[in-house]
Write a new protein. Structure first.
Length: 147
């Protein structure tokens, strides 16, 4: 009868994993699967719980970094992350010392700061290096880069 409990735990972990797709409970599903087979051999609840915890934690610590690396490599940038690398136009002189500067980025005006502390004139073409809160950190694109 304890085998059924482990199958239920396995099913619940898989349902949660499918719903979240965040590599959260898949490791515990693996632990529940191994424990299901152990439960067919022994009735000792203590052994079953130990096997469940050991297998789940081993999977979590040793395979999660590898899986996360491969799953996140194809991840599409969204929202703010997608702005990094975009080119935009300076609409107000960017001067970090005086705290001024704006750029037009995808039809929206953003407060901007220079990545390397350089003053960048209005009308210049810049590339977004990072987003820091409501400001974009930019660097000027030199003429030879444009061609």
């Amino acid at each position: 009868m304890p085998e059924i409990v482990w199958l239920i735990i396995l099913a619940l972990c898989l349902v949660v994993e499918i719903a979240t797709l965040g590599l959260v409970t898949i490791w515990f599903a693996g632990g529940a699967l191994v424990t299901f087979f152990v439960a067919m051999i022994t009735d000792s609840l203590l052994i079953q719980v130990i096997v469940f915890l050991v297998v789940s934690l081993l999977l979590l610590f040793f395979t999660r970094p590898i899986a996360a690396k491969y799953f996140n490599s194809r991840r599409t940038k969204t929202n703010v992350d997608s702005l990094v690398g975009e080119q935009c136009k300076v609409t107000e002189v960017i001067d970090n010392f005086n705290g001024t500067g704006t750029v037009l980025l995808k039809g929206l005006e953003w407060t901007a700061r220079s990545k390397n502390e350089a003053v960048i004139d209005a009308g210049a073409r810049v590339r977004v290096c990072a987003v820091d809160g409501v400001k974009v950190l930019v660097e000027e694109i030199k003429e030879q880069e444009n061609q």
